[in-house]
Design a protein around this ligand. Structure first.
Ligand SMILES: [Cu+2]
Length: 543
């Protein structure tokens, strides 16, 4: 794959986004939180957590108040569906702040009968602000407000979403943009492109079908299930052992394409040896619509742009379980940022984006006319659309499926603008195969099923290396909370920093990060259904 790199716009981006800067800022963040107490015990596996978030009012923070409530919504114009919305909109309000701000968000749970919790995806927040129930925070009970407050010590495109049950799939997500102290990338237009997938039926129902009519067993949810519910042999599948007392061995026709019937440690699922389109299983879920900024393709989002003007598209995949291929008719895409952080600009014709991933892509309007931005579901089952058009042209969405010839973005094209090599530290290596048991619809990391999984223990200052061998037939967008990691894909000291990385079927991906943000941090597949079916682990800092 050829690489088109340009040298423009490096200075300030490079300066503000180096690993060193992140680390320096991390120290500031930690200092700001030092009001609480960290208790420490001699026991080797005592978790070190960030102090509890004692609420201390501070003057003039940037403040948002966000109410979460159930409401009927009809984004694709086909059917009213009950969503879980932020301030009544789909997507939720865009949070836009400046690097260096102190941000305060009051999240008000107005759901009648469900807790909630908000996660700030890609943000280097203190652990007590990370919003993962039972990992970093207690969930917010109905009728209660939680005050998230933290310093903004990075810049770029991010997003936020509920981390509770299937609320994200029901529309509980929004964009989060951080303007840097000094912006080297000046464009005439700046637009968030938030992608999503949409169901007319409840995701709980979909999940139940995936499990073959077997709802999430109480034994799995409650932890400490009887009868060998916790597989402890890392890297081994469970050899057909039921995962919990409540679970039974049942064939699952709904999951047929990759059905292996047995634990998958012994080999790939049927067809899993092939990549991309061969036998790979690109989707578990049949969606009713794909959304771009909360709109279906019948009534697409539009933007007016003059010829010659540049548009910075901040593309976020907020889908529950859809990979998208993104391209713009007749316009190349100049990728400037990956997961919020600057990369050496590289120009492609299209790119694949996994759930939780983010790319900033600059489009230069070439001439008068109407040009369609396509986000096509990887399995080809549909697309979300946006339209860029000049003032004299009527926006005319092109609903034909685009071809994906030309140059695709590859991780090998991503190069950080400055070295990202980690400081020296004790190396701690985790080999975590990604596997699934399609017959029972259970997904595993390192052979273990969340929440019946051992914490991955690390110490502050460790160089944590993770090798993920995907033994399954599906793609897994793996997301780490609270840290950026280097994706080790051949760029040497310029390996890019990301917070979410795709692991294609039957491939192995290696990442590494410095343990510099104490607490408990979720590490999981960002496919909502895989996560619900156990595909998560927790990194825990120990003394
Ligand atoms: Cu997955």
């Amino acid at each position: 794959m050829s690489r088109h790199r340009r040298r423009e716009g490096r200075g300030a981006v490079q300066r503000s986004l180096t690993r060193r800067a992140l680390l320096r800022n991390a120290a500031v963040g930690t200092a700001l939180l030092a009001g609480g107490r960290v208790t420490r015990s001699a026991a080797a596996i005592t978790p070190v957590t960030a102090p509890e978030s004692a609420y201390i009012p501070r003057p003039n923070p940037t403040q948002y108040t966000i109410g979460i409530a159930s409401a009927p919504v009809n984004p694709d114009g086909a059917q009213l569906v009950n969503g879980v919305l932020l301030n009544g909109t789909l997507p939720g309000p865009e949070i836009r702040v400046r690097e260096g701000d102190m941000l305060r968000v009051l999240v008000d749970n107005r759901l009648a009968d469900s807790p909630t919790s908000i996660h700030w995806h890609g943000l280097l927040v203190p652990a007590a602000m990370d919003g993962v129930p039972d990992v970093s925070n207690a969930p917010i009970a109905p009728g209660r407000t939680y005050v998230y407050e933290y310093p903004i010590r990075q810049s770029g495109t991010y997003w936020y979403h509920s981390h509770y049950d299937f609320q994200e799939q029901l529309g509980c997500y929004g964009a989060f943009v951080i303007e840097p102290a000094h912006e080297p990338l000046v464009t005439e237009h700046d637009a968030v492109i938030l992608l999503g997938d949409w169901l007319h039926r409840s995701p709980e129902e979909v999940y139940k079908e995936l499990r073959g009519g077997q709802p999430m067993g109480a034994g799995m949810k409650m932890g400490a299930a009887p009868g060998g519910a916790t597989p402890t042999v890392s890297g081994k599948a469970m050899e057909g052992m039921p995962a919990g007392g409540a679970m039974t061995m049942r064939g699952t026709p709904a999951a047929a394409p990759a059905a292996a019937g047995k634990g998958m440690g012994a080999g790939p699922p049927a067809g899993g040896g092939m990549k991309m389109g061969g036998g790979a299983d690109l989707s578990d879920v049949k969606y009713d619509a794909f959304l771009l900024n909360g709109r279906g393709p019948e009534n697409p989002w539009t933007l007016t742009v003059r010829p010659g003007e540049r548009v910075r598209l901040r593309v976020v995949n907020g889908g529950g379980s859809t990979y998208f291929r993104v391209r713009c008719d007749e316009h190349p895409l100049q990728i400037t940022h990956a997961d919020g952080l600057a990369v050496e600009p590289t120009t492609v014709d299209h790119f694949l984006i996994g759930m939780g991933e983010v790319y900033d892509a600059v489009v230069t309007m070439k001439a008068t006319g109407s040009y369609t931005l396509h986000a096509v579901a990887q399995d080809g089952s549909g697309q979300a659309l946006g339209v860029l058009h000049t003032p004299d042209a009527t926006p005319r969405p092109n609903r034909a499926m685009p071809s994906f010839d030309g140059r695709a973005l590859s991780y090998a094209d991503l190069r950080a603008p400055a070295p990202t090599t980690l400081p020296d530290g004790p190396v701690r290596t985790f080999r975590l195969p990604l596997s699934g048991d399609m017959a029972r619809y259970i997904w595993m990391i390192g052979g273990q099923v969340w929440p019946n999984a051992d914490p991955l223990l690390i110490r502050q200052g460790d160089r944590v290396q993770i090798e993920m061998a995907n033994e399954s037939g599906m793609w897994h967008p793996m997301h780490l909370h609270g840290h950026f990691f280097r994706v080790l894909q051949g760029a040497g000291e310029f390996c890019p920093l990301k917070h979410s990385v795709n692991v294609p079927p039957q491939e192995t991906v290696r990442i590494e990060f410095t343990a510099d943000n104490p607490g408990s941090w979720f590490f999981h597949c960002h496919n909502t259904y895989h996560l619900e079916a156990g595909m998560a682990r927790k990194f825990e800092y120990i003394a």
